[in-house]
Structure formats: C-alpha cells, structure tokens
Design a protein around this ligand. Structure first.
Ligand SMILES: Nc1ncnc2c1ncn2[C@@H]1O[C@H](COP(=O)(O)OP(=O)(O)OP(=O)(O)O)[C@@H](O)[C@H]1O
Length: 350
C-alpha cells in the first residue's frame, strides 16, 4: 500500500491474508465455488415451503467481476446470504476463498464483504467513526486499520469528519462499500449497488468498483440493470426459479444469440409482402415497413437488398439492431414473471 496512490485499488488485498484470515497458502482458482446448493425456506403459517435454490453449481473465478442476474424472487439474495453466513443452506456445499462455509465458517466470513441493498448508515457517526466501528466488529486490530485509505479510495476523504446524515445518497452508497472493505476481504458482494441511483452516480460507483476489481478484489454483484452487467461484468450468471440457467463470459453470452434485425422503410405502402422478399420471412410492422430477423453469421443483408432492387422497390430508410443482454435474458427467463407460485422446479434448462 502506497500512501502516494490513494486509489481504490490500494485497499485490495488479493492474498486474503488480512482481516483475521490466516495466510491461506496458495490462492484459490475460484473465489467462490458452490456445488449442489439448495435452499428450502420452511413453511410458516399459511405460506408453504419455498424452494429458493435448487442444486445450484457456480464457480466465480478469482479476480473476476461477476454479475448475478435474475428476475425478482430468482434466488439471488438467498445465494449471497448463504455465502455471507446469514442464511443456512438446506443442502450442498460452498467455499469462499477456498474456505468451506460450514467447516471454516470464520475464515469464509472474513473472506467476504457484503454491501447490502438498503442504505442503513447511522446518521450520528462520521464516516471515519463508522469504519473504525466496523473494523472493531471484524476484530481488525487498530494498528492494521486502514480507514483513511479506504475513504480516499471511495472518494470520501474530504467527508471523513462529516456527519453521515449530511452525505448525499451517492456518498452514503460509497460509504456502504467502504464499510464492507474494512477487513480487506478478497471477495466483495454488492447487492443491487445502483438501484435508484442516478446515471452520474452510477458511473462513479462503477468506476470505484472497477478500480477495486483491477487491484485484485473479486466482485460479485447482483443487478436488475442488464446494461450494468453488460458494461461492468466480465462474467455473468443468470439465475431463474432457483436454478442457474446460463453462466459464461459476457462476450460469449452475447455471442450466443447472433440474432440481428434489419428494418427497411419503403417509399410507398406495401399491400402484401412482395414475393421476391418472401424467402427472407420478413414481418410487416407498418404499411411501409418490413422487419427482417436474421443470424448475423449468415450475412443475408446484400441478398435482401438485391431482392428489394429486383422487385423494383425503393427504400427511403433502414436500420439494424444488435442482440443485447436483454434479448438473451428475456429468452432465457421467458415465463419467469409468474410471481412466487412456482415450485422452483420449472426453470428452463440451460
Ligand atoms: N425468509 C424467507 N422465507 C420464505 N421465503 C423466502 C424467504 N426469503 C426469500 N424467500 C423466497 O425465496 C425466493 C427467492 O428469494 P430471493 O430473495 O433469494 O430472490 P432474489 O432473486 O434476491 O429476488 P429480488 O431480486 O426480488 O431481491 C422468493 O420466492 C422469495 O419469496
């Protein structure tokens, strides 16, 4: 750690040796590894038992910036809370930084920092006091505390002595990340970090998170914003009905559907789809507008345009659309928005 470079990365300790973790020898390949993880919440009152996670296998490589995506009720928080030691699993196993969450619970908890969704910052303490208190809770000896470095890394150095109640929403959120870093965990979990945060603050928080990751902290984040996952994460898992239905590098996931769409607008109404264009199976989306869906790898656009010319039609405008994560997400989780009535076994197969 170099006091001349108060960067976010400077607080990261990828060796995981700090904060009550003994030097763990070789660093694990997987920051988090989950096998057959199952959680059934017991029936309570009129509410029936709920299968929230169904035999989930998941590996989060050391150093990755990993996105966990899924519709409401998919099981994301349950998974995070099991890793953080806040919810007991029903079956399966999990390690955090190589530590088994059952057999080495203390080390596993020390290896993870969780930034919860809610902004619960005590308004009567200053950011520095809050970090010192949190460090105390984690048993970090005063000589090993790095509150000021963490505050600088999160862009809060000039607020170290301000009452937390005077901080803006964005500053409070960064303070939450700072709190989760006091024991320098090698794995940081962010639960919906930018929910309700405006675009500018979101960008700022993304920069902070990227910097922490660049310096070696493995980051697991849950998000509803597909754009956030696409922009920030190098790997993405999609969870639905308690099952992981996709898990891949972001670009591989995006390449999986090489669907594109071409829209052509003509200079006159088309009474029908012209026979010359029928082989391309366009959809007529307006009187003068045809939509062609195709696989980018087939490169059919030149043939479509030739056929348009051959049919004596004039195009006055055209546009193409790429597949994005939203298309993939919708395709994989189609039918997921059926509330909580499912039994957890109806997820689409990967
Ligand atoms: N303590 C609990 N008791 C009973 N059921 C629960 C409990 N916590 C969560 N559930 C149920 O387990 C399922 C998974 O919930 P979970 O909170 O893990 O989903 P999530 O993906 O985090 O959702 P969201 O995006 O809405 O936060 C849901 O059907 C939820 O209603």
């Amino acid at each position: 750690m170099n006091s001349e470079s108060p960067r976010a990365g400077a607080v990261a300790r990828p060796d995981g040796a700090a904060g009550g973790l003994s030097a763990a020898g070789a660093m694990p390949d997987q920051a988090v590894s989950v096998k057959g993880l199952t959680k059934t919440y017991k029936a309570a009152g009129k509410a029936p038992a709920k299968l929230a996670l169904s035999s989930v296998d998941l590996d989060i490589p050391r150093g990755s910036l990993f996105g966990l995506l899924g519709p409401n009720g998919a099981g994301k928080s349950t998974l995070i809370n099991i890793l953080a030691g806040l919810v007991n699993k029903t079956a399966g196993s999990a390690t955090v930084w190589g530590y088994d969450i059952d057999k080495e619970a203390r080390q596993a908890r020390a290896a993870i920092g969780v930034v919860p969704q809610e902004l619960n910052v005590d308004p009567f303490f200053t950011p520095r006091e809050l970090l010192e208190l949190q460090a105390g809770l984690y048993g970090v000896p005063p000589a090993e505390r790095i509150s000021d470095q963490i505050l600088a890394a999160m862009g809060l150095a000039d607020k170290a002595e301000a009452y937390a109640r005077t901080l803006s929403g964005g500053m409070r959120r960064r303070l939450m990340v700072a709190k989760a870093m006091v024991h320098q965990p090698p794995v940081l979990v962010l639960d919906e970090p930018t929910a309700g945060v405006d675009i500018e603050l979101r960008q700022q928080l993304w920069a902070n998170v990227r910097e922490l990751n660049r310096a070696g902290t493995t980051v697991l984040l849950t998000t509803h914003y597909l754009e956030e996952a696409e922009e920030l994460c190098d790997r993405i898992a999609i969870i639905n009905h308690g099952k992981v239905i996709a898990c891949d590098r972001t670009e591989s996931l995006l390449a999986r559907l090489d669907n594109k769409a071409l829209t052509l607008i003509f200079d006159r109404d088309l009474p029908d789809i012209p026979p010359a264009l029928a082989p391309f199976s366009p959809e007529q989306t307006a009187a003068r507008r045809l939509l062609f869906r195709y696989h980018a790898s087939d490169s059919p656009v030149p043939q479509i345009l030739d056929a348009v010319c051959g049919a004596g039609l004039s195009v006055i405008d055209m546009s193409t659309e790429e597949t994005d994560l939203e298309d993939i997400f919708l395709q994989l989780t189609r039918g997921a928005h059926d509330g909580d009535t499912h039994d957890g076994n109806s997820g689409t197969a990967a």
